[in-house]
Design a protein around this ligand. Structure first.
Ligand code: 5AD
Ligand code: SF4
Length: 476
């Protein structure tokens, strides 16, 4: 995953979608905003919160930035490349000002937090800079920027979860939605900028999560993905119950699963140190909790994991994979892997390849290490693996994953899966595209069956590529 614009998780999740129009009618509002999102699913979810805040303030969404009064870009800082992509895009978007000098440009999200007022002062690229915990102040900041003032709010919060804000779904297929259950991260992995850009971890009110999921279901959605940097550390105390009732991630999953058996529940991301048997057994108990776990390993070497501050060893990780397979033999597992972290040797890189092979990942997001200013690794370690070595190791990792993905798909040949139809396939309106519980994409001919997106259908796998299963509808 070298270029976030084209390879972000969201893009992969939604590739080829025929999007429904925005939920609101932009003509009913006096001002228009345009928003573009980069990076992780959390950023895409945040943009929907921002859309709700702006809509409340009289802004309607537009897909055409040239007609917008307010252009926002929700940014990612995770790797240097991600930031470069955003800078390039900002330079392009700024050209709008030639025709429409009144248009305001704002940068939101992790880059806003990381670079703060530098954007306004040194780079003069934007009019507004708003960090991930300051979106409620956007209307006031827009007013300030309109009057020519510098509009910056990058305060991080220990409490903000935007719990009461009903997100306005942007670019939605009307079937699957992300629901943010917590914000921030306390883990301090040494390579990662997220704890600095998104602040301390906090969990959202469980009632508001259930309410949002219920509303989605009553509006025709069939799948929710519960989002957090580390969902397993979700923990919320219900003060309205005498003595205070605690809700952990397993409890939350169960509550969401109970909304309706036909509402699929997914979650991301799990941390190998925190995922519990209780979560695994809750998954087993409910057919509608999808058999899929994104369990980032980062490295297969215990020494490197220690430098990364991941707080588990290679053996611990492998025991988790064994545990998942013992409890749910049919569970899909995917990973994140970093090639060429500080001081990584050839042997340690080999341990990563070996661990991937053992874990039989169905899919992985793979990166080479990119030093981020301010992180523990940037302060303590030397980024000493040469770029060409990093790239070569990454290539080896990608090549292996391609083989593992193909083998995983080949093992599914002849199997029958329950598939949730998400829309037309990318290639042809004669084919449906959906997913099985393991999160694999399946494409199959529509035939004469009277089906719609959002329906479940049984599909037999007849062929595959490394990325997609191909199949045919079979009687339920
Ligand atoms: N360099 C490369 N990859 C990184 N990630 C996070 N920080 C960095 C970095 N500095 C990767 C990790 C994480 C994913 C979201 O991004 O694999 O799990
Ligand atoms: Fe970053 Fe680690 Fe937190 Fe993930 S768990 S956001 S990699 S610090």
């Amino acid at each position: 995953m070298l270029d976030l614009t084209t390879h972000s998780r969201h893009d992969e999740a939604r590739q080829g979608e025929t999007y429904a129009p925005f939920a609101n009618d932009p003509n009913q509002y006096n001002k228009k905003f345009y928003i573009e999102s980069y990076g992780c699913q959390m950023n895409f979810a945040d943009s929907e919160v921002v859309a709700a805040i702006l809509q409340e303030d009289g802004f309607g969404a537009t897909r055409n930035f040239e007609e917008a009064d307010l252009i926002l870009i929700n940014t990612c800082s995770i790797r240097e490349k991600a930031e470069q992509t955003v800078r390039k895009r900002l330079t392009e978007l700024r050209k709008v000002k030639q025709d429409n000098p009144g248009a305001l440009i704002g940068v939101l999200g992790c880059m806003a937090e990381r670079l703060k007022a530098k954007f306004l002062e040194e780079e003069k690229l934007v009019d507004l800079v708003v960090g991930p915990d300051a979106y409620r102040t956007l209307p006031g900041l827009v007013t300030e920027a309109e009057s020519g003032q510098k509009a910056v709010n990058v305060l991080l919060s220990r409490e903000e979860t935007y719990a009461d804000i009903a997100p306005v779904r942007l670019d939605s297929n009307g079937i699957t939605a992300f629901v943010s259950i917590m914000r921030g991260c306390n883990n301090m992995c040494s390579f990662c900028v997220v704890p600095f850009t998104r602040g301390r971890e906090r969990s959202r009110d469980a009632h508001s999560i259930i309410r949002e999921c219920r509303d989605l279901f009553s509006n025709g959605y069939k799948e929710v993905t519960l989002l957090g940097q580390n969902v397993d550390s979700y923990y919320w105390v219900d003060g309205s119950v005498p003595g205070g009732e605690t809700v952990n991630f397993a409890n939350l999953l169960e509550r969401v699963a109970l909304i309706d058996p036909s509402l699929r529940v997914r979650f991301s991301t799990s941390h190998p140190k925190d995922i519990t048997d209780e979560v695994l057994y809750t998954m087993v108990k409910y057919e509608n909790i999808c058999r899929y776990i994104h369990l980032p390993v980062q490295s297969g070497s215990t020494r490197v994991l220690q430098l990364m501050n991941r707080t588990y060893t290679r053996e611990w990780y492998l025991a988790k994979v064994d545990r998942i397979r013992a409890i749910m033999p049919d569970c899909g597992i995917s990973s994140d892997i970093i090639a060429g972290f500080c001081s990584e040797t050839e042997k340690e890189h080999g341990e990563t390849l070996d661990l991937m092979e053992y874990s039989c990942y169905d899919m992985s997001y793979m990166f080479f290490y990119s030093e981020r200013p301010g992180t523990l690794a940037a302060r303590r370690y030397t980024d000493d693996v040469p770029e060409e070595v990093k790239k070569r190791r990454l290539e080896e990792i990608v090549k292996l994953q391609n083989r593992l993905s193909l083998e995983s798909n080949q093992r599914d040949l002849g199997k029958i899966f329950k598939v949730l139809i998400e829309g037309d396939s990318k290639r042809s309106a004669d084919d449906w595209r959906g997913r099985n519980t393991q999160n694999k994409v399946i494409v199959f001919p529509k035939g004469n069956a009277a089906l719609n997106k959002g329906d479940y259908v049984m599909v037999k796998v007849t062929d595959c590529t490394g990325a997609t299963l191909l199949g045919e509808i079979v009687p339920a």
